[in-house]
Ligand binder design. Structure first.
Ligand SMILES: [Zn+2]
Length: 412
């Protein structure tokens, strides 16, 4: 849709998440061009009827592994190592024996499911080198949803070799080079699977192409202990020094010193509280990191363990944080909502393009019916978004100014 107007809607706008009750939103060529309170000139525009609905920015899932969508809820009760350890973990065995068309079909269904949950952009850690990137591209074929694809070389140093500080084999560095031509950056499994030299090489290559460089770290006690024992440095310290990433995923086990280092380096952290919880790993120190000014974003992590539903992730994160702190004001619903929108956009270096409803940004939005049995009588929209809204309350999802899910009635 080239030109469209949304009139009379209640909209959550700008980074401050202000509520405009009778909003007038103009969209030109996929971008918001006017966001204001009162109606303006709108001749020659398609007009959407959205009175009584709540319009929020499209949600951004900052961390997924949709490649593991074909064996949902298998292995719950097992440890992180048993399930995900590169090469020997259960998921790698299952992946090795799965037909490619089943993997692609399950990935595509997870993308549809995210759209149904109001997600308009997601960032996926993609395994399997160049072939892995081609698989997600096949799964995304023809879809309007935005995928930030972070690939990784199909090579891991084992525990004995990682301390020897060998370089990456030359053919694998060439593979990284080739991958960077077709994806948005690199997302590594963890610092304990890469030597200092390898991390330096990957970082240099990624940055030279102006792509994203990211990694998991500090997820479980074992990997923290391994790093201290073998490198006399925490995973965070080693990662910052050698990879200099654009963001880090997890930080579940972060100590005060790690938080200090992250704060000084000004690096966003992607937290996945439901994934950490089901694996029995604890809860990331989100309030401590926020107090140090660190940008926190949310991801739903592995589809094997979690539905890729950010409404669930926001609700869970908010409730557990307040419970852990024994303080109902430990975090605000606005803070939590930002973790699923603008903070994710910033972490993915898309803060100028998406994440809020405001002029100049891409027109990605979710329209929520507020007259459903679930939502009638809500008095505070942001509290409701974080704690009560469900995917079945969504009327329509807009990406680049086009309705891509559901129906938004128009004035004829
Ligand atoms: Zn992950």
């Amino acid at each position: 849709m080239k030109k469209a107007i949304v009139e009379g809607v209640s909209a959550i706008v700008k980074e401050s998440l202000d509520l405009i009750e009778n909003a007038f939103i103009r969209i030109d060529d996929g971008y918001f061009t006017e966001v204001r309170e009162n109606p303006s000139n709108s001749s020659r525009y398609l007009k959407y009827k959205a009175k009584g609905m709540l319009m929020i920015p499209g949600l951004i899932n900052a961390h997924t592994h949709i490649g593991d969508s074909f064996f949902k809820d298998y292995g719950i009760g097992k440890s992180l190592n048993d399930l995900f350890r590169p090469i020997t973990g259960l998921k790698h065995k299952l992946l090795a024996s799965a037909p490619e068309n089943l993997i692609i079909k399950s990935m595509r269904n997870s993308v549809f499911d995210m759209l149904r949950c109001g997600i308009t952009t997601f960032a996926d850690f993609r395994e399997g080198g160049k072939r892995g990137i081609m698989i997600i591209k096949k799964a995304m074929r023809g879809l309007k949803m935005k995928a930030v694809i972070l690939g990784r070389p199909d090579y891991y140093f084992d525990e004995d070799d990682v301390v020897k500080n060998h370089a990456m084999p030359e053919d694998k560095i060439r593979e990284v080079n080739e991958m960077l031509k077709i994806c948005d950056g690199i997302g590594l499994s963890g610092p304990n699977e890469y030597t200092d030299k390898a991390m330096n090489e990957i970082s240099k290559l990624t940055k030279s192409k102006k792509k994203i460089c990211a990694i998991h770290a500090c997820e479980d006690k074992y990997s923290m202990g391994f790093s201290l024992k073998n490198f006399h440095k925490s995973e965070v310290e080693r990662t910052l020094k050698n990879l200099d990433p654009d963001f880090i995923v997890h930080l579940t086990q972060a100590k005060e010193e790690d938080i200090e280092l992250i704060s000084k380096a000004n690096i966003p952290i992607i937290c996945c509280p439901r994934a950490n919880s089901i694996l029995g790993l604890g809860f990331p120190p989100i309030t401590k990191m926020m107090k140090k000014g660190i940008t926190i974003a949310l991801g739903t992590d592995n589809v094997m363990l979690n539905s890729p539903d950010l409404f669930r992730e926001m609700d869970y994160t908010s409730r557990i944080l307040r419970a852990l702190e024994r303080d109902p004001s430990a975090v605000s619903s606005k803070d939590i909502f930002k973790m699923a929108t603008i903070n994710s956009a910033k972490a993915l270096k898309l803060g100028k393009e998406i994440g809020t409803i405001e002029e100049g940004k891409r027109a990605d939005a979710v329209f929520i019916r507020t007259n459903t049995k679930n939502l009638e009588s809500i008095k505070d929209p942001i509290n409701a978004i974080v704690h009560r809204v469900r995917p079945d309350d969504i009327q329509a999802v807009m990406i680049n100014g086009e309705i891509v899910y559901g129906i938004l009635p128009t004035l004829t």
